[in-house]
Design a binder for this molecule. Sequence first.
Ligand code: C2O
Ligand code: CU
Length: 461
Amino acid sequence: PATRRQFLGLTAAAGFALVTGCSARQPTAAGPSTSTPGGLRLTAAPMRVDLAGSEIPTWGYGTLPGPEIRLRAGDRLRVELDNELPDDTTIHWHGLAPPNRMDGVPGLTQDPVAPGERFTYEFETPTAGSFMYHAHVGMQLDRGLYGPLVVEPRSEELSYDREYTLMLDDWRDGMDAHGGHGADAGHGSAAEDDGGDAVSFGGRSYPLLLVNGRPPEDPPVLETRPGDRLRLRVMNIAADTGFRFAIAGHRLTVTHTDGMPVEPIPVDALRLGMGERYDVLVESAQRGGAWQVGVQAEGRGGWGRAVLRYGGSPASSPPAVAQRPGELDGRLVAYADLLAREPLTLPAGSPDRVYDLELSGTQIGGQSYPDADPLPVAEGEWVRITMRNTSAKWHPMHLHGHHFQVLTPTGRGPVKDTATVAARGGVLSFDFLATNPGDWLFHCHNHHHMEDGMVRVVRYR
Ligand code: C2O
Ligand code: CU
């Protein structure tokens, strides 16, 4: 049995068993082997996914999500991307801070990888955490070109028994209201129609919510045992959907946001904007049965789910769901409650450079990409960006190539790379240190907003 001391991570060298993903992900060549000389190959290609019995044509890296890439802090990531799509593509390493030429933004940091071509990404990964990789061309991410990327610390300070990665997605394919289970891979889940009844942030329709590529009818099962401590890495890769996340009958202890450690804090539910991640610990109580892991679309009624199941019933038997998550209205994680365990080392005084940017419509500071002025910074500067959201939608704003610290009254706000600015008057500020020269995107991670130009470039001069 765990002591509170262990739980809070004060005991180094606590053993933990690593369970690779959950049943939703097939074993792949990914994993620690990515740090071996040959590295890993990801092939972007048309593929089919099985969504509750329907074979849906789409694009991806072989599985949905793509293979989990696992490295250790200080390893070198080496990934050969083979493009077998009928379209240009790239890979962006969401939350990592690689050299600029490895950042995967077509036309800005690299030439797009043309059909039939290969590009090798290679760089060091000094910072541990829960990250993601995804295509950064148009709406390709929305078709399934994404996967999880976990950088393990050299020595783990958290103590836990099992670990699962959960990628939350919204999906348009395979639904009759959207052209049925069409055979045209070009449809993807990125079709531009706005049909259907479901309402979402961008006004688009995503009737299906997936957890690790699985629909609610066929949920992934997280096996556990009474008394086990689980670590969950929850990641929102949806194009257009913010999520609430809770587990019936269980509290969550937040330990990291966007991969960066915070003082452990108990909550009932997470709220994740697109591009955000939370690591949580879950204490399995001395109970049995199956419990719903509920994923609810923020602002509308849709549900996705997984199942947390105790005991050794055969994996093939469908889990009984004991109850709906009633916890979604309980205490939600809030940035103001999070305390960074490793705050940025900011100099005394005030920032060297301050940007005050209004988020209006899908503009940042009154401008739309690509006709937007870059935001200049100089290497070594302490930069503060304040966003004032006058629009009716909330915007999860993501900065490439850096970690920033959210300004909260404690002065020790969480270190993140994606932060959601509330609709209708929300204000959020963050600080970062300009230590990674190049041209870096700063954009809304609602992919429709991004496609509509909600992008600026932070440019080192
Ligand atoms: Cu995951 Cu430019 O973003
Ligand atoms: Cu937005």
